[in-house]
Ligand binder design. Structure first.
Ligand code: ATP
Ligand code: MG
Length: 420
C-alpha cells in the first residue's frame, strides 16, 4: 500500500472545521489591522532562499527540498514565505504604488526535518509582513496581531518573548566581544556550535546542548551593547505593547540568527505543546529587501505554525466548533420516487438549503439513521399512503413536530425550513 510521505499529513473532513475556524480568525484579525492577502508560488528559484534566508541558517543548510527540474533549473519548495513575499514586492514594484505595504499570507511550507509532534515536513504557516516603514509601532503591531489571534482561539498558556538585535554596526562590535568571551571555551563547544562560532556566532544562544548553554549563561549580552537609536526603538516597541495590554518578557538571549535581522525579534511560546513550543516567531529585517535586489526599504514580519497552534488549542481545549449539520434530508419510502426526490433535492439546494438523500437503496429506518448522523434539522418523508394522497410530511428533527404539505408545495416547505 502506498502511504503519505513521511512528515506529511492528511487533513480529513472531521478536522476541517477547526482549520476553517483558525483560518477565519486569522483573516478576520489581519483584515482589522488592514493587512491584505498575498499568494505566491509554492516553489521558487533556489537562489531566492539561499540569499533571502542565509547560507548559514539551518533551513538553507539542511532543511530545504531542492531539486533540479527537467529544464535544469534548481527549484526549492518554499520553506517560509518572507523571501517570496519580498520577491513579489520587488517584481511588481509594490513599493512604488504605495509607500507602506501591509501583507499577510497562509499556506503550506516544506522543510526536511525529523518529523515529531508539532514538526512536519509539509506544514502550514500564516504570517504577515509590513514593508516600507521603520516605525516601532509596526513592530508592536506584529506582536499584537499574533497575540490577538491566539487570544481569539482561547489560548491561555502563552509567553511573549522579545529582544532587540540593534543595527549591524553595534552588532559587529558586540560579536567581537562575544568571540573574545567564548575563545577560552572553544574546545568545549559542540561541533555544531564550533561551526556557528565562525558563521553565525549569535546562534550559540540557541543551542539546546546542556554544556553549550552553561557556557552561554554568563556570556555578554547584545542588549547591553546597543546604540542609542536601537535602544530608543526598542523602548517604543515595549511602550506600545504595554499600552495594548500585551504581557511580554524581554529575553536578551532570543536571537533569530539571520544577519539581516535588525532591531526587534520576538517569539510567542506555548506551555501546552511540549518541546516544539514556539507558536510563532518574527522580527524586523531592514536590510533584506535591498539584499534581494530591491529598494532600500525596511520591513518587519512574523510567521506562525498552524499545526502547532491547533495542537495547543486541543491540549488546552480552548475552543469547540459547532457540529456540522444539514438543513434537510429527503427520505424515500418505497421505490419509484427517485426522479421526484432527486429533482426536489437539486431545487432545494439551488434555493440555498444544504440537502442530501439516499444513494444506497437503504431502508426507511436506515435513511432516518443517516438523517440523524448528518445532524439534519428537517426530514422530508416522501412516499407511502401520504404520497398516494398527494402529500409529503416534513419532520422537525429537533422538536419531533410533523407538518403535512401537498407534494408540490415546494415554496412552503422551503420557507418552513429556512425560517427555523
Ligand atoms: P523551530 O525552532 O521550532 O525549528 P523555527 O525557528 O525553525 O522553529 P520559523 O522559521 O520561525 O521556525 O517558523 C515560524 C513557526 O513555524 C514556528 O514557530 C513553528 O510554529 C512553525 N514551524 C517551523 N518549522 C515547522 C515544522 N517543521 N513543522 C511544523 N511547524 C513548524
Ligand atoms: Mg526550525
Amino acid at each position: 500500500m502506498i502511504k503519505a510521505v513521511t512528515g506529511t499529513r492528511d487533513t480529513l473532513p472531521t478536522d476541517i472545521p477547526k482549520w476553517n475556524f483558525l483560518e477565519s480568525i486569522v483573516e478576520s484579525v489581519f483584515s482589522k489591522f488592514n493587512y491584505k492577502e498575498i499568494r505566491t508560488p509554492v516553489f521558487e528559484d533556489t537562489n531566492l532562499f539561499a540569499r533571502g534566508i542565509g547560507e548559514s541558517t539551518d533551513i538553507v543548510g539542511k532543511e530545504m527540498y531542492t531539486f533540479v527540474d527537467r529544464s535544469g533549473e534548481s527549484i526549492t519548495l518554499r520553506p517560509e514565505m518572507t523571501a517570496g513575499v519580498v520577491r513579489a514586492l520587488i517584481e511588481h514594484s509594490l513599493d512604488k504604488k504605495q509607500n507602506l505595504n501591509k501583507l499577510y499570507y497562509m499556506g503550506p511550507m516544506f522543510r526536511q526535518e525529523r518529523p515529531q509532534a508539532g514538526r512536519y515536513r509539509q506544514f502550514h504557516q500564516f504570517g504577515a509582513e509590513a514593508l516600507g516603514s521603520n516605525d516601532p509601532l509596526l513592530d508592536a503591531e506584529m506582536i499584537i496581531m499574533a497575540y490577538d489571534i491566539f487570544a481569539r482561539l482561547g489560548l491561555k498558556n502563552l509567553l511573549v518573548k522579545i529582544n532587540s538585535l540593534g543595527v549591524p554596526s553595534s552588532r559587529e562590535n558586540y560579536k567581537k566581544i562575544l568571540r573574545d568571551y567564548l575563545q577560552p571555551y572553544f574546545e568545549k563547544l559542540t561541533s555544531e556550535s564550533k561551526k556557528r562560532f565562525d558563521t553565525n556566532i549569535l546562534r550559540l544562544f540557541d543551542s539546546k546542548e546542556e554544556n553549550d548553554r552553561k557556557i552561554m549563561e554568563d556570556a555578554p549580552l547584545l542588549i547591553d551593547y546597543l546604540d542609542d537609536e536601537s535602544l530608543r526603538h526598542f523602548e517604543k516597541v515595549k511602550e506600545a505593547l504595554l499600552a495594548s495590554r500585551i504581557p511580554f518578557e524581554v529575553d536578551a538571549k532570543l536571537v533569530r540568527g539571520l544577519d539581516y535581522y535588525t532591531h526587534t525579534t520576538f517569539e510567542v511560546v506555548s506551555g501546552s505543546v511540549g518541546s516544539q513550543s514556539a507558536l510563532c516567531g518574527g522580527g524586523r529585517y531592514n536590510l533584506l529587501v535591498k539584499e534581494l535586489g530591491g529598494p532600500d526599504i525596511p520591513g518587519i514580519g512574523f510567521a506562525a505554525g498552524m499545526e502547532r497552534i491547533l495542537l495547543a488549542c486541543e491540549n488546552e481545549n480552548s475552543f469547540s466548533v459547532k457540529e456540522e449539520n444539514l438543513d434537510l434530508y429527503l427520505v424515500a419510502i418505497g421505490k419509484g420516487l427517485e426522479n421526484f426526490i432527486y429533482s426536489n433535492a437539486v431545487n432545494f439546494r439551488r434555493e440555498g438549503l444544504s440537502v442530501d438523500l439516499d444513494y444506497l437503496g437503504r431502508s426507511v429506518k436506515a435513511q432516518m439513521r443517516e438523517a440523524n448522523r448528518t445532524n439534519s434539522r428537517y426530514v422530508l418523508l416522501i412516499g407511502g399512503e401520504e404520497f398516494d394522497r398527494g402529500e409529503v410530511v416534513l419532520k422537525n428533527m429537533g422538536t419531533g413536530e410533523q407538518k403535512i404539505f401537498t407534494k408540490d408545495d415546494f415554496e412552503k416547505i422551503l420557507l418552513t425550513v429556512k425560517e427555523n
